[in-house]
Design a protein around this ligand. Structure first.
Ligand code: HEC
Length: 273
């Protein structure tokens, strides 16, 4: 028995040590800084984790007022802002939010033209069933406006980066003056949380960049946390529902186990074994 346990535990321990051992090496590389979570942790971590509505609403405000001027979230429909498990905006509020975004209008009904009087792509105010689009007509326009760099779509950025929410939270606060030995590429900004230490995105947040409706002080730390939580929700809007289902399944299995045990006791009641 103990040999079997040893056989099973051995590889697991080895994998654990290997994973743990890889991290300090990465941290030591070129002053690179590892992402960290806020000191109070994330409300959505752990088995009973859930999104904090007020935090998601503030995070959305940051996305709308700051990030959406460069980044799209084309996999997220605006209507999801009122769905259960999300920021919980009312439907009229979502309608009015939608109307503040502009989306491509498609060809004109009369003459089939794709552009307006001044030659720009025709646009119309968004409706809740539209997705969050970025401000650029295409990748070329986006790169041209950002010194050749492409602002990535933020729909699933939290899933696309290791330690997603903590990464976004840290990245937004990581900007600082470059040390003398660092030679910045043209148009780049020093950010030791970014791989390579340089990023084409200028620091998007400064204190009081927005005025929060709920009176929360808009420090850079607070705004970074709120928008990171919002992006975590955007990447996994069904998280709360999935956790609830998982809990129900475990509860059901637990009750089933107890009943099976009682049935077993009853069936074998009169048999010596
Ligand atoms: C002025 C335009 C602009 C604004 C505003 C802006 N970004 Fe960016 N962002 C960029 C560009 C350009 C890149 C690509 C950087 C690169 O590849 O060096 C980028 C990259 C990123 C990345 C990916 C970094 C990586 O690991 O590759 C994240 C995450 C990000 N932005 C989040 C945000 C958030 C959150 C906001 C709002 C608080 C925001 N950005 C506002 C232009 C912008």
């Amino acid at each position: 028995m103990s040999r079997i346990a040893g056989l099973l535990i051995g590889p697991v321990l080895a994998a654990f040590v290997a994973l743990g051992g890889a991290q300090p090496a990465a941290a030591a590389e070129g002053g690179q800084r590892e992402p960290h979570a806020p000191s109070e942790g994330w409300s959505f971590d752990g088995f009973f984790g859930h999104f904090d509505r007020a935090e998601l609403q503030r995070g959305f405000q940051i996305y709308k007022e700051v990030c959406s001027s460069c980044h799209a979230m084309k996999f997220v429909a605006i209507r999801t802002l009122s769905q259960p498990g999300g920021p919980g905006f009312s439907e009229p509020a979502v309608k009015s939010v939608a109307s503040e975004f502009k989306v491509p209008a498609g060809p004109d009904e009369k003459d089939g033209s794709l552009v307006d009087d001044v030659g720009l792509l025709r646009q119309r105010p968004a409706v809740p069933s539209d997705h969050f689009v970025g401000p650029y007509a295409n990748e070329y326009a986006a790169r041209a406006a950002n010194g050749g760099a492409l602002p990535p779509d933020l729909s699933v950025i939290v899933k696309a980066r290791h330690d997603g929410a903590s990464y976004v939270y840290s990245l937004l606060q990581c900007y600082e003056e470059p040390p003398p030995e660092v030679q910045l590429q043209p148009g780049m900004h020093y950010n030791p949380c970014m791989a390579g230490g340089q990023i084409a995105m200028p620091a998007p947040l400064v204190a009081d960049r927005v005025t929060y409706d709920d009176g929360t002080a808009a420090t850079v730390e607070q705004m970074s946390k709120d928008v990171a939580a919002f992006l975590a929700w955007a990447a996994e809007p069904e998280l709360e529902g999935r956790r609830k289902l998982g809990f129900m399944v475990l509860f059901y299995l637990g009750v089933l186990a107890i009943l099976s045990y009682l049935a077993y006791r009853r069936v074998w009641r009169d048999t010596g074994h």
